[in-house]
Write a protein that binds this ligand. Structure first.
Ligand SMILES: Cc1cc2nc3c(=O)[nH]c(=O)nc-3n(C[C@H](O)[C@H](O)[C@H](O)COP(=O)(O)O)c2cc1C
Length: 327
């Protein structure tokens, strides 16, 4: 299944940003495409999107792996699960909660379950629930972020899990993607980089903010949904909001709060925009196909550089010779 992709990469699911255009372009370019099923608003829309994506991609494209938000405050979980079971994608990404309630049905239908997790304890619970893959949310990720250090987290998970591991957070180019692979991951996972693509359903000003921001301009708060979320400082300022008032308080996730259905202006996720530390690696708004070509070239270049860096010390280590500064 992983070999159906040209690059070991998922164009990550993003609330309001990932639609069929982005997914189709990603899968056709050769990376896994994904979207949260919550992005389908109208009755029957999820069914229609999955048919449209399958028809546009055909058998040679990389797989589409839809994302189910499994938190109990998601009112559409059962309904969306039924649609997914009928379409049988190769895998489903579960987020914001334990996959235990949905994993048996998905796995019985031959659908792999990839779970996003932010702590070792979450990872262990997902493994116990039968996860085929783990997506490790780490510090600096766009959207609802993790706080773990990626080096420590990947190595801790690799001590207990030999299934598929994807690293989420901080990657915007092929060099970072290769680093994720070197660390022990099967896949990289990029959200922020794909906001600034032509196919993303993001406001043009949102794309400009991603291009113009540095990682210092990313603001961490849990005031939006209860979970720690990275926001574009420029977006808060553009809404006339003071970033100092968007801090860290008590935690309680609520999907209705996230969507702004609990009242209050501005309209939450729609008007206050999120991105991760990887904004520092985004300086243009290409098409997805152009972006994936560029990532593939960078990945190949990074592999060449890494080979040059490691070949002599590796040979020296194998022969027991001290490499003498060849590191
Ligand atoms: C605007 C935005 C919306 C997101 N929405 C979701 C979502 O609905 N479901 C989900 O599992 N992850 C969501 N994420 C997280 C991404 O899937 C991914 O984990 C993250 O973007 C990776 O970090 P990066 O942005 O540094 O690449 C979102 C991220 C962003 C930036």
């Amino acid at each position: 299944m992983l070999k159906r992709a040209r690059l070991p990469l998922v164009a990550a699911p993003m609330l309001l940003v990932s639609g069929p255009e982005l997914v189709i372009a990603a899968c056709r370019a050769g990376v896994f495409g994904s979207f949260p099923t919550a992005n389908c608003r109208a009755e029957g829309e999820l069914d229609e999107w999955l048919y449209r994506i399958a028809a546009a991609c055909g058998p040679d494209a990389a797989p589409c792996v839809p994302n189910l938000i499994v938190h109990r405050s998601n009112p559409r979980l059962d309904q969306d699960l039924d649609v997914i079971l009928r379409h049988r994608p190769a895998a489903v990404i579960t987020s914001v909660g334990s996959p235990a309630a949905v994993a048996p049905a998905l796995r019985a239908a031959g659908i792999q379950v990839w779970c996003d997790v932010a702590t070792v304890r979450h990872a262990e619970r997902a493994i116990d629930a039968g996860a085929d893959g783990l997506i490790l949310l780490t510090a600096g990720a766009g959207g609802q972020t993790g706080s773990a250090n990626p080096f420590a987290f990947v190595r801790a998970v690799r001590q207990r899990f030999d299934g598929i591991v994807a690293l989420s957070g901080g990657q915007a180019d092929g060099h970072a993607l290769l680093a994720a692979r070197a660390l022990g991951c099967d896949l990289g996972y990029m959200g922020t980089r794909f906001i600034a693509t032509r196919e993303a359903r993001a406001d043009e000003r949102y794309k400009d903010f991603v291009v113009e921001s540095e990682l210092d301009d990313i603001h961490l708060t849990n005031a939006l949904s209860g979970l720690e979320t990275n926001l574009l400082r420029r977006s808060l300022l553009a809404q006339g909001l003071d970033p100092a008032e968007f801090g860290l308080g008590p935690k309680r996730f609520s999907m209705t709060a996230l969507e702004g259905r609990e009242g209050g202006a501005p309209k939450r996720w729609r008007d206050i925009w999120s991105a991760g530390h990887s904004v520092s690696g985004v300086s243009d708004v290409p098409s997805v196909a152009e972006l994936v070509d560029r990532l593939a070239a960078e990945y190949a270049e990074a592999a060449r550089t890494t080979h040059a860096l490691t070949a002599e010390p590796a040979q020296a280590a194998e022969s027991g010779r001290v490499p003498g500064g060849a590191w």
